[in-house]
Design a protein around this ligand. Structure first.
Ligand code: PEP
Ligand code: MG
Length: 981
């Protein structure tokens, strides 16, 4: 018979027998759910846990698949487990004298806070109530428990609307002149019970079930069904939790935190979940039940205060916290109840935390010897790192806002970060506005699980009630959304959709700014700034460990037939065009520049006229130069068409050459062309000098001009319109002439497919003076820097090579320029010449390409474009988004590298390239260089580095280490198709 039910006491042994080995925590969670696994685990290590049992997640799925029927044997096993806990508790389910009451709670493998159902006090009925009165010594308490059961059961198990019960309660409170629930007397509560039963009968058409087993059965079914509830399904979509895991049901002996002032209940983290500080952190309430803490209805107290109110219990809790951390080797989030001075642990799970706390906890746990550096690095996600790089408010602007009296309210700093948006008073509005691209701050008195879709859509979350462990706080932290909760000065009127705060009124749609770290709410918009990474000591430490892990010499294994030299894991370099970008990237830990797009500087205002002059005259000038080289070639070889030159022909050629030299010397085109190049040279030289200076000693890859030249000229359509308009106005004169000249030039350059046209290496072949000027600038800057004591490692990168012969004609010439400059300057620097691999043919013939190229850099933007045949400029707008939506492609290949296709070319390129040149340096500089999944692939493909924009460098460093850890010791494999999720 299949086992569907495990008691906390025996689950570990029974699971071990079932699995044939000690169950791992993950296996326990998969079967028993997170809560069940935690309870069983705590029982095993001797912590005070009330007796209980778990019905497995598998039972839930079997129930759902069978059309909402318990699988065979499950109910019998439940009854058997119930008997076991009766024995342990010394109480009996349904026994009027000494009744056992249980809670019935959901608990999936992954925590889904508040998403599924809980029913307390199951087993209570008209007959067992007196037994509870005796146990609690308090009639009021027992009736209170009974009315809670009826409403919770009615709502959860039977689907009666909340309001039905709330309405009755409010009505009675009004009749009795009571303000709070606590003002109601025992007699009042008896009346509540009577009226709740009526509500139940009215809605269900039957009496509230008095049979405890019937209650239990329906409660278990309610929990199972809640797995398919809308809010749970929505939550799973957002968190990418699979639908087929199911939830377990935990049936646990009730213990009561509301049995007087020596009882209480609380939630506590073993470390501060907002900052990561090592201190026991949480809230508690005396004489209260668990929901009272979480719902934020009563004002909770910080758990540290227990040290005075209940010193012994506090000491016991702190001791348990330490034991739990040593056991789980991670920060725990616990729930506990004290019944008449006796402590019971009701839950432990890995605590959710802010990114900042995650990093601090990970780093400190390494220092405490609890975890390894690898584990610490694996515990941080790329998303965590990202939040350190997100906008924060400018301090001065905050001061200014304060001075202007715009601070509206303060509350609990529940989740850090700065958020600016328009107030939306409910989740649906927040979601709708979010979809329209509006920034939203969702404002509610408190949030409920039903509000999650709005929270996901919002920039930030603001509530007027609740504390650090309220729903709004927990969920906001999890999604990395800034949140201020419990801002009590806000009076939120959901009807009129207005907030009243200290004499001011805000309406829906008004802008506010939230500082989630300070817990402050401001009127209007506050400008944001980038956080100071330099101050993030723990993150920097963690990322240094990430670098160490990736750089370990043994992270990669090579297949037998690999012909290159072994390399360690990935370094992270950056794509930077300007010294300021390079500086930021270095601060973020970049170990080189993998791509400087030199043409970006050409667009600067004072340079563009020279660039245009260069382009407009290049063709005419080059024609003359080409003619000259042809004659020079003939004269120097002494042959024409394979035949030796005779005297006459030689004299003719010499005369031609003389005339041509004269023509060149006086040609306005040549003059303009050379003048433009001369103007651009010092500019480029100082650009490069700046980069060498910042990168001191790290490699700097400078790519020669790449885009089609028309990109630097006005658009054909604009010019056509302008010239036509001027002509119709009857205009003449130099301006029109200049425009006409430009129009002619642009027309001449027009290409049907410029992306596949005269660009990249082709430009340098057709107009070599441009790239020669660039190489001269690079080497003049490098020599100058070297003379000034800066270590320089220039690497000249030629874009868009498709055939080795292209490199043959251009690279050799350019290397000559490099040597010439170094000779002129009287200093040698270490350098490399290499190419981008952006065309499939280059990857396929990489062995040939590597005969010249000393390094490869995969330009995966173009390589993706050329491999798929999708225009990188238009595809997303036209069809690619639909492709992804319809599942034709799983990801946008311009964001996440396509492993099967583009990846195959990369893999081939690396192998073939290193076959020719075993020490070939290989990197990637397309946008994929900053994407974690693509970085994982780059690790597998044996690259030396990934290069990405400065803001992505920290994430890339983490992703490189993750890849190194996940794939440690794995040989280059054929598993390239499947990214690790
Ligand atoms: C690339 O193609 O991937 C690349 C980095 O070059 P660009 O984006 O400048 O074409
Ligand atoms: Mg490119």
């Amino acid at each position: 018979m299949k086992r569907w039910v495990y008691t906390f006491r025996s689950s570990d042994k029974e699971l071990a027998a079932l699995l044939g080995h000690e169950p791992t925590l993950d296996e326990m969670k998969a079967i028993l759910g997170g809560k069940g696994a935690g309870l069983a685990d705590m029982t095993r290590i001797g912590l005070p846990v009330p007796p209980g049992f778990t019905i497995t997640t598998e039972a839930c799925m079997a129930y759902i698949h069978a059309g909402f029927r318990f699988p065979e044997g499950m109910w019998e096993q439940t009854l058997e487990a119930l008997r076991e806990i009766e024995n342990e508790a010394g109480q009996k389910f349904g026994d009027p004298e000494n009744p056992l009451l249980v809670s019935v709670r959901s608990g999936a493998k992954f925590s889904m806070p508040g998403m599924m159902e809980t029913i307390l006090n199951v087993g209570l009925n008209d007959k067992t109530l007196p037994g509870l009165v005796r146990r609690g010594g308090d009639e009021r308490f027992a009736w209170d428990a009974y009315r809670r059961l009826i409403s919770m059961f009615g709502r959860t198990a039977m689907g009666i609307a909340d309001e039905a019960f709330e309405h009755v309660l409010e009505e009675l409170k009004r009749e009795r002149g009571a303000r709070e629930d606590t003002d109601l007397t025992t007699e009042d509560l008896k009346e509540v019970v009577t009226r709740f039963k009526e509500v139940y009968r009215k809605h269900i058409g039957q009496d509230f079930p008095q049979d405890p087993l019937e209650q239990l059965r329906l409660a278990v079914e309610a929990v199972f069904r809640s797995w398919m509830g809308k809010k749970a399904v929505d939550y799973r979509r957002a968190e990418r939790i699979p639908d087929n895991l199911g939830t377990a049901v935990n049936v646990v002996m009730m213990v009561f935190g509301n049995m007087g002032w020596d009882s209480g209940t609380g939630v506590a983290f073993t470390r501060d979940p907002a900052t990561g500080e090592k201190r026991f952190y949480g809230d508690y309430l005396l004489n209260a039940q668990g929901e009272d803490v979480v719902a934020g209805i009563r004002n909770t107290r910080p758990v540290a205060q227990m040290a005075e109110e209940m010193p012994e219990i506090y000491a016991q809790l702190v001791d348990i916290a330490g034991r739990l951390e040593r056991h789980y080797r991670d920060m725990q989030d616990t729930e506990f109840t004290i019944e008449r001075g006796e402590l019971w642990m009701l839950q432990t799970r890995t605590g959710k935390r802010t990114a900042r706390a995650a990093v601090r906890i990970a780093v400190e746990m390494v220092r405490e010897g609890l975890i390894t550096k690898e584990e610490a690095v694996m515990r941080i996600t790329p998303k965590d790192v990202d939040t350190f790089l997100h906008p924060q408010f400018d301090e001065n602007e905050v001061k200014k806002a304060k001075a202007e009296g715009r601070l509206l309210a303060t509350g609990v700093n529940a989740s850090p970060g700065a958020a600016v948006g328009m107030l939306a008073f409910d989740a649906d509005t927040a979601e709708a506005w979010g979809q329209q691209g509006k920034p939203v701050i969702m404002i509610r008195p408190e949030t409920k699980p039903d509000d999650v879709h709005g929270m996901i859509a919002a920039q930030g979350i603001l509530t007027s009630r609740g504390g650090a462990t309220a729903h709004a706080a927990v969920v906001a932290r999890q999604f990395g959304k800034p949140a201020v909760v419990g801002a009590r000065d806000l009076q939120i009127d959901l009807e009129t959709r207005k907030v009243y705060v200290n004499g001011r009124v805000l309406e829906e749609g008004d802008y506010v700014s939230l500082d989630g770290a300070a817990g402050e709410v401001y009127e209007g918009r506050i400008p944001t700034t980038i956080p100071d990474y330099g101050k993030e000591v723990e993150l920097r430490t963690l990322l240094e460990w990430a670098d160490e892990i990736a750089a370990a010499p043994d992270v990669r294994q090579w297949p037998e037939d690999y012909e290159g030299y072994p390399t360690c894991g990935l370094q992270v370099w950056t794509n930077a065009d300007y010294p300021r970008d390079a500086r930021r990237a270095r601060e973020y830990g970049a170990k080189g520049i993998g791509l400087c797009r030199t043409e970006h500087m050409f667009f600067e205002q004072e340079r563009l006229p020279y660039v245009q002059e260069m382009i407009l005259n290049a063709e005419a000038a080059q024609m003359l130069f080409d003619r000259r080289s042809r004659i020079q070639g003939l004269l120097s070889t002494g042959k024409e068409d394979g035949k030796p030159l005779d005297e006459k022909r030689r004299a003719e050629l010499e005369a031609d050459l003389e005339a041509l030299e004269e023509e060149i010397a006086t040609s306005p085109a040549v003059k303009a062309y050379q003048n433009a190049l001369e103007k651009l040279l010092p500019n480029q030289r100082s650009d490069f000098y700046g980069l060498f200076e910042v990168m001191g000693g790290y490699p700097v890859i400078i790519r020669l001009i790449d885009p089609p030249l028309h990109e630097f000229l006005p658009s054909l359509a604009d010019l056509l319109v302008e010239v036509t308009e001027r002509r119709t106005r009857g205009e003449t004169g130099p301006e029109l002439l200049a425009k006409e000249r430009m129009l002619e030039a642009v027309k001449k350059m027009h290409e049907a497919n410029p992306m596949m046209g005269l660009r990249g290496i082709r430009l340098g072949i057709i107009y070599p003076d441009i790239t020669k000027m660039q190489v001269r600038a690079i080497f003049e800057a490098a020599c100058q820097a070297a003379k000034n004591g800066i270590t320089v490692k220039p690497e000249v990168m030629i874009p868009l090579t498709g055939h080795v012969n292209e490199l043959k004609v251009t690279q050799v010439e350019l290397e000559e320029v490099a040597k010439q400059v170094m000779a002129e300057q009287g200093i040698e620097v270490e350098y490399k010449f290499g190419t981008m691999i952006e065309i499939p043919r280059a990857a396929l013939t990489a062995d040939e390409v590597a005969t010249l190229a000393q390094f490869f850099s995969f330009g995966t933007n173009d390589l993706t474009q050329m491999t798929f045949g999708y225009s990188r400029d238009d595809a997303e707008r036209r069809f690619l988004v639909q492709y992804v939506e319809r599942g034709i492609l799983t990801e946008n290949p311009f964001q996440v590298l396509d492993r099967r296709g583009v990846g195959m070319l990369i893999q081939m390129g690396v192998r073939l390239g290193r076959k020719t040149r075993p020490d070939l340096e290989v990197g990637i500089c397309g946008e994929h260089g900053g994407d974690p999944s693509s970085i994982e692939f780059c690790h597998l493909a044996g690259l030396n580095y990934v290069s990405c924009s400065p803001f992505r460098v920290p994430v890339a460093r983490l992703a490189a280490a993750h890849a190194a850890i996940r794939h440690k010791g794995k040989v280059w494999s054929a598993s390239f198709a499947e990214p690790t999720r």
